[in-house]
Design a protein around this ligand. Structure first.
Ligand code: GDP
Ligand code: IMO
Ligand code: MG
Length: 428
């Protein structure tokens, strides 16, 4: 029986997961998203096309693979329909290659309104949510009130919808917020019809049968480990388990069926929305990272906060996820820097530590080492080109600090700008 490889983000999201899933899809039979929803924005670039996916797995542009939206995902039918329309325009035939779990939960228009009302009420301590209704939808899931894709096939669907909407309206009234317009509600119901174009499946059965038949599966994570509901910088997190264990619950795959865990990280760090970020830069260097890396959110267009690579945070994410190989993205963004800093430890209350403190919002002072930049344009590099010595040193330093090999170095947004590393000599 085959195992499921898991690909996930090790920082605060937007590490480049979509790009690498697209690059790896030719190796897999099935790509399956396991959590999150349209708060995600996964960008793919190839043959002059730049495309952002929110709900649909990033294997969708490759003809060889089936793409599954797993039970752990929350779906907004309106956004889903827009994604399908965009793919239709590009003549990507998804009708037979995209399947959706009946157990995935639906984001109602009132979930979005609740998200906005809850954020507004928080004032200065707001999470910086993408306002896609993610938190309220997962709250209804764990509160056992949610509506699932499979409910849509039953007669009681409208009744269940109305019950939940009325409950939401009461809460919205308490917030003093407006309720949903008939227009949006109609659009939501119309958009549900788009879901009907696809096979709605018991995805846990489907995936386990595929594994039994010797098919290979790649689980695609959304967000990043530092946004995980349990292990992220709580409360400035998302509402799902973004870590590897989330692939088990979000797909119905047993822990002993997990194979390789591919941890995606940027050669530096970014964060969008509120919350602690120990290595954040408020100076010109931070601005340079933002400008060169085009660090603006793929979903909301918000400016991403930027800072140096954070090894204690990376090691924490590697530990929680059981990462077996690392992929370093956006390496080219550092091409012009004379020196590059890496945070190797934190100073908390005057004490040096390698560990993540309970509350990252405490005063955490990063301790840096400085490395020489490679001052080379990496974007034209192809596989087999010898890497500049300074970059080799940067890679070796990260591998030594984490104990995990870097198997991919990404040097641009395009599919082709992907350098595979020979990692056979490194012991994990
Ligand atoms: P995801 O959410 O993890 O899939 O990442 P996003 O798509 O939100 O953000 C990553 C951004 O960086 C996208 O605009 C990608 O096109 C871009 N990108 C990915 N890899 C590279 C790279 O190696 N170099 C550069 N310059 N851009 C990259
Ligand atoms: P991908 O998959 C970056 C952040 C939001 C906010 C917090 C909670 O593209 O990496 P939510 O909408 O979930 O209630 O927002 O999490 N966030 C992301 N940041 N990339 C993402 O997804 C994110 N999804 C949510 O900015 O701080
Ligand atoms: Mg993103």
């Amino acid at each position: 029986m085959k195992k499921v490889d898991v690909l996930l983000g090790l920082q605060w999201g937007d590490e480049g997961k979509g790009k690498i899933v697209d690059v790896l899809t030719p190796k897999y039979d099935v790509i399956a998203r396991f959590q999150g929803g349209p708060n995600a924005g996964h960008t793919l670039e190839f043959e002059g096309i730049k495309h952002v996916l929110h709900t649909i797995p990033s294997g969708i542009f490759r003809k060889n693979a089936i793409n599954v939206v797993g039970n752990g995902v929350v779906i907004d039918p309106i956004i889903f329909k827009r994604e399908i329309t965009a793919l239709d325009k590009l003549n990507v035939n998804v009708s037979s290659t995209l399947k959706i779990s009946k157990k995935a939960h639906l984001i109602l228009p009132t979930h979005r309104l609740l998200d906005a009302a809850s954020e507004a009420a928080k004032g200065n301590s707001k999470i910086g949510s993408t306002l896609k209704g993610i938190g309220p939808t997962y709250m209804d899931k764990t509160g056992r009130n949610g509506l699932r894709v499979g409910d849509f096939l039953t007669e009681k669907f409208k009744e269940k919808y109305t019950f939940l909407k009325e409950k939401h309206e009461q809460i919205l009234k308490q917030f003093g917020a407006e309720t949903v317009s008939t227009e949006v509600e109609n659009e939501w119901f119309e958009s549900l019809e788009t879901l009907k174009r696809f096979e709605l499946i018991d995805s846990e059965q489907y995936l386990n049968n595929k594994l039994k038949d010797g098919r290979s599966v790649l689980a695609e994570g959304a967000q990043g480990s530092l946004l995980d509901i349990d292990f992220g910088s709580y409360p400035f997190v998302t509402s799902s388990n973004t870590v590897c264990a989330g692939a088990c619950t979000g797909l119905g795959v047993a822990p002993n069926r997990i194979g390789n865990v591919i941890g995606i990280f940027k050669a530096y760090c970014t964060r969008v929305g509120s919350g602690p970020f120990p290595t954040e830069l408020f100076d010109e260097i931070g601005e340079d990272l933002c400008r060169i890396g085009h660090e603006y959110g793929s979903t909301t267009g918000r400016k991403r906060r930027c800072g140096w690579l954070d090894i204690p945070a990376l090691n924490y994410a590697i530990m929680i996820n059981g990462v077996t190989e690392l992929n370093m993205l956006k390496t080219d963004v550092l091409d012009s820097f004379d020196t590059i800093k890496v945070c190797t430890q934190y100073k908390v209350n005057g004490e040096l530590t390698d560990q993540m403190p309970f509350d990252l919002t405490e005063t955490v002072e990063p301790v840096y080492i400085e490395m020489k930049g490679w001052k080379t344009d990496l974007t034209k590099f192809t596989n087999g080109d010898p890497l500049p010595q300074e970059l080799q040193d940067y890679i070796a330093f990260i591998e030594e600090q984490t104990g995990v090999p870097i198997s991919v170095v990404s040097v641009g947004p395009d599919r082709e700008q992907t350098l595979f590393q020979n990692v056979s000599s490194i012991t994990v």
